[in-house]
Design a protein around this ligand. Structure first.
Ligand SMILES: *Cc1c(COP(=O)(O)O)cnc(C)c1O
Length: 397
């Protein structure tokens, strides 16, 4: 029997009740992800204003980079104006040139694809798997066997004749992708591995922090990320030469000198201002606490959804520790037709919820790009819902 028109379906009623059981009945809408400023944020930002050091030079930028590198356990961190600019620099340093192809997941935020386009390179879309929601390494490898060939150490797309230079993996909602398998694919096909780690500060793969697996990685500190600097990003690398180059070209390629303005190539004005870094320093001091509470929130969701038929809470893959940037549930395929009804009911009940990003290959500017079969990503798009994930939803222990 179908429910009468206007009546919510069983799954909608159960999911809304489960979220209410965990988060209570809000007076005002609970955001998807809200920043939390409970530490030294005000003190450090005020210090920038009091001393006049607000812009692109200042001690907080150096300190933020050092604290970040120490937290991530990587040799170098270079702070940038946002995560997109960090990705752009990563791809330039990976050797991506105009006319090259770059393998990226279709299931990602627009920044991953746009950074490729900024170089006049071509995104080549790859499918996902349902455990981590990241790139499916095994199917990518098989697909490359059917379309690509390594000639003199260069991976060539036999259909387009273009060089495939790099593979960008993205750790979706903070869940580490299947890195061992993806590193092996990159090695086999001579691709530079770049991590879009924008969502995964505080996430670990086999005990090692995300961002240490590719040659380069990009972080984001946008207002909705785990740590915010207002707007900001960072490039991570363990290669000292790449770190030097990253800093140089993101600082307008200016040659250090007391008074001369000499620039030795076309560079970018991509450095993070000191006032933003000050905010970031205070945020990093509390990162561990925020991740700990986000993980407890995720645990609460996992338990609340465990008994609901047809709904799977997206938990961290085995061998990983996720920051649970955004909590997510996947509906069984038979329930996909209820997704929008469920989104409406959750939002009406005061719990901001949303579907995943529209897949990149469906966007007007990327429709004609090369791609493998993307059925799994399309299924995830049709069946996934993100739920409120702020650390502030859980009390400090
Ligand atoms: C947030 C994000 C970025 C970077 O975004 P900015 O707003 O430029 O900091 C890049 N990739 C992914 C997957 C993201 O979620």
């Amino acid at each position: 029997m179908h429910a009468p028109a206007g009546q919510p379906s069983g799954v909608t009623t159960s999911v809304v009740a489960a979220v209410r059981g965990l988060l209570g009945s809000p007076d005002k809408r609970i955001a998807l992800h809200e920043p939390e400023f409970r530490g030294e944020e005000w003190t450090y930002v005020k210090d920038c204003i009091d001393t006049g050091w607000v812009s692109s030079v200042g001690s907080y930028v150096d300190r933020f980079e050092q604290d970040l590198a120490a937290f991530v356990g990587c040799k170098h961190a270079i702070a940038t104006s946002n995560g997109t600019s960090a990705l752009h620099i990563c791809l330039i340093l990976a050797g991506v040139e105009s006319g090259d192809e770059v393998l990226i997941p279709t299931l990602t935020f627009i920044a991953t694809a746009n950074a490729v386009s900024y170089i006049h390179a071509v995104p080549h879309f790859v499918d996902s798997e349902t455990i981590s929601l990241g790139i499916d390494a095994e199917r990518l490898d098989k697909y490359l066997e059917s379309v690509a060939q390594v000639v003199d150490g260069v991976c060539i797309n036999r259909a387009t004749g273009r060089r495939i230079r790099a593979l960008v993996v993205m750790h979706v909602f903070g869940h580490p992708s299947d890195l061992d398998a993806l590193m092996e694919v990159a090695r086999r096909w001579n691709l530079v591995l770049v991590e879009d780690a924008a969502e995964s500060l505080g996430s670990y793969y086999h005990g090692r922090h995300i961002g240490n697996f590719g040659q380069l990685a990009a972080l984001s500190f946008n207002g909705n990320k785990v740590v915010t600097t207002g707007g900001g990003g960072a490039i991570l690398t363990n290669d000292s030469d790449l770190a030097k180059r990253a800093k140089h070209i993101s600082t307008t390629a200016r040659v250090a000198h007391e008074w001369n303005f000499l620039h030795d190539e076309v560079g970018y004005n991509y450095r993070m201002p000191n006032i933003n870094a000050a905010l970031g320093c205070a945020q990093l001091e509390r990162l561990a606490s925020m991740v700990e509470r986000k993980r407890r929130l995720a645990d609460g969701y996992a338990k609340a959804f465990a008994t609901i038929n047809g709904v799977r809470f997206v938990g961290e893959p085995q061998g990983t520790s996720s920051n649970y940037w955004l909590n997510a549930i996947m509906l069984d395929s038979e329930l996909a037709s209820h997704r929008d009804e469920l989104l409406g009911a959750l939002n009406d009940a005061g719990f901001m919820s949303r579907p995943v990003w529209t897949l990149m290959h469906k966007l007007p500017m990327y429709q004609s790009c090369p791609r493998m079969n993307l059925d799994v990503a399309e299924r995830i798009e049709a069946q996934l819902i993100n739920l409120p994930s702020s650390p502030g939803l859980v009390a400090s222990s």
